[in-house]
Structures are given as structure tokens and as C-alpha cells.
Design a protein around this ligand. Structure first.
Ligand code: THU
Length: 141
């Protein structure tokens, strides 16, 4: 039987309220579960210079790395609307960096009380760009 991530989903929905998103008015929260058992929260943070905005998922990953964790089991994402929102391509690529097996749960604003979809990060990034080697050479030189 697969693990129940109800608490993680609801943590993502709770932090969503702290989103700074005056431009899109679209609030997103993320809760990233490290293998240590710690949970790292993130929200989208927008900027008047729109391109500088960051998504909730990446905010959570960057926070976790800065706090010393790089091994992740799962991430839950909670966004406005009743239907779950799939993560953007940039966030998929950043999550993939930390493992295709990471479980990714998406929920709408009803959290675990509404529809929750479950994937692995690898499923969401087919034919991924990974294993970068400087110069593209076999030994990197
Ligand atoms: N957003 C996220 O935080 N995560 C996603 O995966 C998709 C989009 C944010 C970025 C922006 O602040 C707002 O949602 C609208 O695109």
C-alpha cells in the first residue's frame, strides 16, 4: 500500500496563505519532505519585475538545500482553484535534479479534502536533460 501524504498536502495548503502574489493573485504553497523527516515550506514570491518571481516548489527546494538537506522523499503543492495545478516546467526540472523517484502530490485549495493527484517527478519530465558533463565529453575534459 502506498504511503499517505495527507499531512504534507495540508501543510502545503496552509503555507499557501503566506504567498506573496499581488500580480497574478494566484497563491501557491509547497511542502517538501526530506528523508530526515523534516518538512521545508515554500510559497511563490512575485516581483514588480515579473521575471524575478519564484514558484513555491523552487522556494521550498532552495530553502531545504540552504538548511542542509538534499535527499527528498516527496513534495506536495497546493494552489488556487478546486482542481490540482500541475507544476511548471522550470520547477519540474529543478525537482528532477534531486531524483526522479520523488513523489509529487498536487492539490487544489481544498487540500486533502479535494482531489489530490500523485506522480513521481520522473513521470512528469520524460526524456529529461540530466547528467551534465562539462564539454559534453566522456570524461568531462
Ligand atoms: N506558480 C508556482 O508557484 N508554481 C507552479 O508550479 C506554477 C506557477 C506561481 C508563479 C506565479 O507567482 C503564479 O503561480 C502564477 O503563475
Amino acid at each position: 500500500m502506498s504511503k499517505d501524504y495527507t499531512t504534507l498536502v495540508d501543510q502545503a495548503c496552509a503555507v499557501r496563505a503566506r504567498s506573496y502574489s499581488p500580480y497574478s493573485r494566484f497563491k501557491v504553497g509547497a511542502a517538501l519532505l526530506g528523508r530526515s523527516g523534516r518538512v521545508y515550506l515554500g510559497t511563490n514570491v512575485e516581483n514588480a519585475s515579473f521575471g524575478l518571481s519564484i514558484c513555491a516548489e523552487r522556494a521550498a527546494v532552495f530553502r531545504a538545500v540552504a538548511e542542509g538537506e538534499q535527499d527528498f522523499e516527496a513534495i506536495a503543492v497546493c494552489a488556487d482553484g478546486t482542481a490540482p495545478t500541475p507544476p511548471c516546467g522550470a520547477c519540474r526540472q529543478v525537482l528532477l535534479e534531486f531524483g526522479p523517484d520523488m513523489v509529487l502530490l498536487t492539490a487544489g485549495e481544498l487540500g486533502s479534502g479535494g482531489e489530490v493527484r500523485r506522480f513521481t517527478v520522473g513521470q512528469l519530465v520524460p526524456e529529461a536533460f540530466r547528467d551534465f558533463r562539462p564539454g559534453g565529453g566522456e570524461d568531462g575534459r
